[in-house]
Design a protein around this ligand. Sequence first.
Ligand SMILES: Cc1cc2nc3c(=O)[nH]c(=O)nc-3n(C[C@H](O)[C@H](O)[C@H](O)COP(=O)(O)OP(=O)(O)OC[C@H]3O[C@@H](n4cnc5c(N)ncnc54)[C@H](O)[C@@H]3O)c2cc1C
Length: 415
Amino acid sequence: MRSTTSELNWSGTVTYTAERVLRPASLAEAAEIVAREPRVHGLGTRHSFNDSADAPGVLLDLTAVPTDLVVDPERRTATMGAGTRYGVVAPEIDRAGFALHNEGSLPHISLGGAIATGTHGSGTALGSLSTAVRSFELLGPDGSVRTIDRDDAGFDGAVLHLGLLGVVTRVTLDVEPTFRMRQDTYGPIPWDTFTAHVAEVHAAAYSVCSYTVFGDTVSEVLLKSRVPDDADDTAVPDDLLGAPRLPGTPGDGHHTARDGSVGPWWDRLPHFPIESVPSVGSEVQSEHFVPLRHAAAALEAVRGMADRIQPHLHVCELRTMAADRFWLSPSQGEDVLCIAFTWKKHPAEVAALLPDLEARLAPFDGRPHWGKMSSLGGDAIAELYPRLRDFRDLVRSADPERTFASAFGERVLGA
Ligand SMILES: Cc1cc2nc3c(=O)[nH]c(=O)nc-3n(C[C@H](O)[C@H](O)[C@H](O)COP(=O)(O)OP(=O)(O)OC[C@H]3O[C@@H](n4cnc5c(N)ncnc54)[C@H](O)[C@@H]3O)c2cc1C
């Protein structure tokens, strides 16, 4: 077990205020810490761009606990430690003959952190990574383990929890028979053509991501296509709304292959391979989710401040995500367009821009990503989340002594 102070998040823009970070080597050790310490909070791989993982007292990092993967072919599930990184366990799941339905762009993040924040990949028919959860094990304030199953009352409120209900130790995810994929890039598409067909473009493959800096075009569209089980490859369009298919790039250790070559799902769903160190130290991110039916209007609203955005922007990535029922999900109730900004590492300038950006997205009920920068909190969040009051009740009943409370939870969620 290791003890440290004043540690940083991945982007180096948040200094944790916790007294200590503890990294137990076993679940028994983790349970002892939770039972013993008055204030504890779950910590993943620190990739969030806000203070959602910070709290007074002890931050509990489960990345040293063995993954201990158990695949159940009958139930079509895979169970593993919550501190596990997607990129580590995904090839193991594949070797067992199965696949996850989706991954985020970065395979370096932990399952526990991704699920707690509603992290997502892209796909209009695909829910967030949290929607794959069949059940999870949670250490309560006394260090005892409780299993929360998809069929249990309260599951929809508990699965996205920002660490406020306890420390998640193991998760059981839905899996499906393994599949192969290819990635192809197209572009550029004139802005007006793209905004007139956003939903259509994003339905053009299993998973689609589009990129723009809010100029005259969407510079590139990335189609991630599934190869049918009984085939060696799959046909892809020669053009997308008139934009040609580009040669793309082979897998180079920095990005997964985008040249139309066929590979396993875990090497095509994420944008980066696990051995890469993507733009470390040079970015911060914010992201908002708007109902897909408002996609064009919301994008125009953002483009209205392009001259202020562009000096700080690396690129904006557009994705889609299917509706779910989770109380704190940004896609609760409706399919959404995800508008993700990868900013240059200008956190003060980005923080200054966000209130205007968020005001422009307010008419479309723009919900912020729980793990990224946002100026929204309190009443604004309560208006966006009809079940927030129920979540606060859930927190009060699961954690009456506020062992797992965080400043983020209090400020943003009132929980
Ligand atoms: C380069 C980069 C690319 C990204 N790409 C995407 C993307 O494609 N899609 C997307 O949606 N997001 C993306 N993100 C955001 C990222 O997925 C989320 O911030 C995610 O929560 C990070 O997981 P983590 O393991 O680092 O969690 P942390 O940031 O460490 O923690 C996040 C939250 O989870 C809680 N938590 C973590 N582990 C536990 C546990 N075991 N028990 C209880 N609570 C726990 C923490 O308390 C905190 O509230 C990206 C971030 C980076 C840096």
